[in-house]
Design a protein around this ligand. Structure first.
Ligand code: SF4
Length: 232
């Protein structure tokens, strides 16, 4: 029964993308100038608001540490101080240093060499690093390294749960199931490349999450309110 409803759910997920795209327009993600800044942001945004990340990135910019070389040269104590606004700074500083160490030891310090690695093996390598969970790994793969992978996050999980998408489709609430559902939703979408669709979809779900689908849902005026009737 659930298997037969997957296409229907994938279609609803695509409708959700279209509604959000019409309501919010292009999101121009990721908000960063270079791939390394994307990676820094992906680490720093864990469990914190983007405003706090912006303050940390401004500190890193002032310290000349928005590049691999700059971060490598920045003493750990200074790195902690720079990223203090984003919270969990001891853990995040160690994780960023571990990323640069991995890049140096295994890829000659080159992000291009890292990006040239096939995504499946690369995802496992990223997940083996301290402070990297599935969402961070996928955000790095998609937005920094240009691989075609969907990204799920807490906002999408919330939407899927409140609209009963994931549960209806697979009975699973795991991150992996949500990612697979997203992949399926855009599998035969001819309108754009999958990388661009995944890029926009994640950015748009963050936009609606911030505006409406907060801890307490504010459904009135939400672009996705029309889909709630299927959630009964
Ligand atoms: S706020 Fe309501 S309508 Fe909007 S995405 Fe969340 S549950 Fe759906």
């Amino acid at each position: 029964m659930k298997g037969r409803r997957r296409p229907e759910v994938a279609k609803r997920l695509r409708w959700i993308h279209d509604q959000l795209a019409a309501a919010y327009g292009p999101q121009h993600w990721w908000p960063a100038k270079t791939p390394f800044e994307v990676i820094l942001g992906a680490y720093l945004t864990q469990n914190t608001a983007w405003k706090a990340v912006e303050r940390s990135l401004a500190n890193l910019r002032a310290a000349g540490a928005l590049t691999v070389e700059g971060l490598r040269a920045l003493p750990l104590e200074d790195l902690r101080r720079c990223i203090q606004p984003s919270g969990f700074y001891t853990r995040k500083a160690a994780a960023l240093k571990a990323f640069v160490a991995m890049l140096d030891e295994e890829f000659g310090g080159s992000l291009k060499a890292l990006a040239a690695t096939p995504p499946a093996g690369l995802r496992d390598r990223l997940l083996a690093l301290p402070g990297v969970g599935p969402e961070t790994a996928d955000a790095i793969l998609l937005y920094a390294l240009g691989h075609v992978v969907p990204v799920a996050d807490e906002y999408l999980r919330r939407i899927a749960e409140r609209h009963r998408l994931q549960e209806v489709a697979s009975g699973s609430k795991s991150y992996g199931a949500l990612v697979e559902l997203t992949r399926e939703a855009f599998a035969d979408d001819p309108r754009d490349t999958h990388a661009r669709l995944f890029n926009e979809f994640h950015a748009l779900t963050v936009a609606v999450g911030k505006a409406h689908c907060r801890r307490t849902a504010q459904c009135e005026g939400c672009p996705l309110a029309g889909d709630l009737r299927y959630a009964k």
